[in-house]
Design a protein around this ligand. Structure first.
Ligand code: AMP
Ligand code: MG
Length: 408
């Protein structure tokens, strides 16, 4: 059976980055990925500026006990200094205001004392050259590349893009993933399930995963397990960048999706992966559309999405960072398992000690008492999945394990 890493490699080899498009800058671009290198059009700061409210002065005018200086002007942010400082002179200056010529240090307001007539200021001690001054171009210089292609845009990047004057940007097109739920037993959440029925939890979960991955989700509803209901919905789904079919991909009599997909022209690339939960995972492709068939059990679907679909969506969206986001954690307690496939076991993640209080910051993983692929409730208490190789093992408390962080 195909190993997880080999399955993921096949998926990524079949995944193409979507084309770039020009978009107006703004919060709607959160989570999108730059399709161009961004260069600064200015020095920042554009002039040497004060980082505090206080007095600009010449540091050599101050002795070990400071000095009393004559105030020649007051400079506010947005103004331009009119005077050059000479020996024994100081200028009142506000945060963000340009440093006057001649000055080489700023002493903060709290360390000064104004004379009764406001014409002089007493500085209480020495100063060093450059103190409290942000030199011109220190953050970035004009013409400097500030963000490379492949950068995912967070609020930090949106701010920087504004600082360099970008009002339109080239970003990769956002993929749309269509989601089809299948199963004669399913009813939508608003209905109380009748005999033999269950509520459709997967559509809500998977659409949430699609949106969390930074994509658009298109819900195609529930198709009964008949070719007549499945065929048209599958064809509709194939019009999108990605089609995800939930349920109906195993080997049961009602599992019609793989056959109908191939009938619709989808090339089947694999149909089983050595992963637990979620072995019957279908992956195929029709021209540029990727098709995933996830088993219907909710946790199988959840894990299948995080392990296989999310990396593919990220590649489509232009992410340059590596696909998998795993971390190393220490087991919080002894853990015994047996699995013939790579096991993804739900775990609570803790940061040991409080990082803000000087703790070590070590990540610990507490494996949860999990009832298998239909037990979504336990996954709701987890922040990650411990990844364990096939086999039978007892791991001691403190043993190092790899975890896929799913949500904190
Ligand atoms: P299947 O992969 O279609 O054989 O379904 C496997 C199991 O998952 C069965 O117990 C289904 O009832 C259940 N299941 C299928 N689809 C969903 C869904 N959308 N929401 C919740 N459970 C589902
Ligand atoms: Mg089914």
């Amino acid at each position: 059976m195909l190993a997880v890493a080999d399955a993921l490699a096949l998926i990524l080899a079949n995944t193409d980055r979507l084309p770039g498009e020009a978009c107006p800058a703004g919060p709607l671009l959160l989570g999108r990925v730059l399709a161009e290198d961004v260069v600064s059009d200015i020095d920042s700061p554009p002039f040497a500026k004060s980082m505090v409210d206080g007095y600009a002065l010449r540091h050599q005018d101050l002795g070990p006990q400071g000095a009393t200086l004559r105030i020649v002007e007051e400079i506010f942010a947005g103004q331009v200094p009119r005077k050059m400082l000479r020996e024994g002179e100081a200028a009142g200056i506000m945060t963000g205001a340009p440093i006057p010529a001649g000055a080489d240090a700023v002493v903060m307001h709290e360390k000064t004392e104004l004379s009764a007539d406001s014409s002089q200021v007493r500085i209480g001690g020495p100063a060093t050259a450059g103190q409290n001054i942000l030199p011109q171009g220190q953050e970035m210089g004009r013409g400097e590349q500030v963000l490379p292609v492949g950068t995912m845009l967070r609020p930090e990047e949106l701010g920087l893009l504004a600082a360099v004057g970008r009002t339109t940007l080239r970003v990769y097109r956002q993929p749309t993933a269509a989601l089809l739920s299948t199963g004669d037993e399913l009813v939508e959440p608003a209905h109380r399930p009748g005999p033999g029925q269950i509520r459709n939890s997967n559509a809500s979960m998977l659409l949430g995963q699609i949106v969390r991955a930074g994509c658009r989700g298109e819900y195609l509803g529930i198709a009964r397990d008949t070719p007549g209901e499945l065929r048209p919905r599958l064809l509709e789904g194939l019009r999108h960048d990605v089609l995800i079919v939930s349920g109906g991909v195993s080997a049961g009599k009602a599992d019609l999706a793989p056959g109908l997909l191939q009938e619709a022209g989808v090339e089947a690339i694999f149909h089983k992966v050595a992963i637990k939960p979620g072995k019957p995972l279908f992956f195929g492709r029709k021209s540029r559309t990727l098709v995933f068939g996830l088993p219907g059990n909710p946790v199988s679907g959840f894990v299948g999405f995080e392990v296989f679909i999310r990396p593919a969506l990220r590649k489509m969206m232009g992410w340059s960072r590596s696909a998998s986001e795993t971390a190393v954690a220490q087991l919080a307690k002894e853990f015994r398992y047996k699995s013939d496939r790579t096991l993804y076991h739900p775990a609570r993640l803790h940061v040991q000690g409080d990082v803000l209080q000087g703790g070590s910051g070590n990540l610990t993983a507490e494996p949860l008492d999990w009832r298998g692929s239909a037990d979504l409730l336990t996954v709701c208490r987890a922040q990650g999945l411990i990844i364990l190789p096939p086999g039978e093992q007892t791991l001691a408390a403190g043993a190092k394990v790899e975890v896929l962080v799913t949500g904190v």
